[in-house]
Write a protein that binds this ligand. Structure first.
Ligand code: THU
Length: 160
């Protein structure tokens, strides 16, 4: 018997102005995308922006549905769009911002478990980490250097 310890390290930025320039621009795209989210049921709007190795930015936002499970999170809308449009281009980073019509979201909102799994697929495929930066509507931003930091012991093609 042995114990396994897995450590993740995160960076916390106080606000958007503290982010490195190119990531600040990426977060601004996520904020813009968030404003176009279709979230009439939860009133919780999420925007995502991916920065690709070829310089392109691909955005996504949550798309809800009267049949609730048919909706999709912002992160998956973005990553599947990138997969469809630029199948061979690596993803450098993902910025996420979330806001609610009911309250001011002051804490960083991380991607849900299903989005972590979907993002992990592309990180494994490209064999290079995708850095994740996530925030609420305002305030602190958390950086996870890799999807693996949010999803240790992940399930991937090596398990099949
Ligand atoms: N949502 C996202 O877009 N991303 C996440 O990672 C968490 C949740 C959306 C789904 C749904 O439209 C709303 O937020 C409330 O769960």
């Amino acid at each position: 018997m042995k114990e396994l310890e897995i450590t993740s390290r995160f960076v916390v930025y106080e606000n958007i102005d503290e982010l490195p320039g190119e990531i600040r621009g990426l977060m601004q795209k996520a904020i813009e995308a968030r404003k176009n989210a279709y979230a009439p049921y939860s009133k919780f709007k999420v925007g995502a922006a991916l920065w690709l190795e070829n310089g392109e930015i691909v955005i996504g936002n949550n798309q809800e549905n009267a049949s609730y499970p048919s909706g999709l999170c912002a992160e998956r809308v973005a990553v599947y769009q990138a997969g469809a449009k630029y199948p061979e281009v690596k993803i450098n980073a993902l910025a996420i911002s979330a806001a609610s019509d009911n309250r001011t979201v002051l804490t960083p909102i991380p991607p849900c478990g299903a989005c972590r799994q979907s993002l992990a697929e592309y990180e494994v495929k490209q064999e290079e980490p995708i850095a994740l930066y996530f925030m609420g509507e305002t305030g602190k931003i958390v950086k996870a250097p890799s999807v693996k930091d949010l999803l240790p012991l992940l399930f991937d093609k090596s398990n099949l």
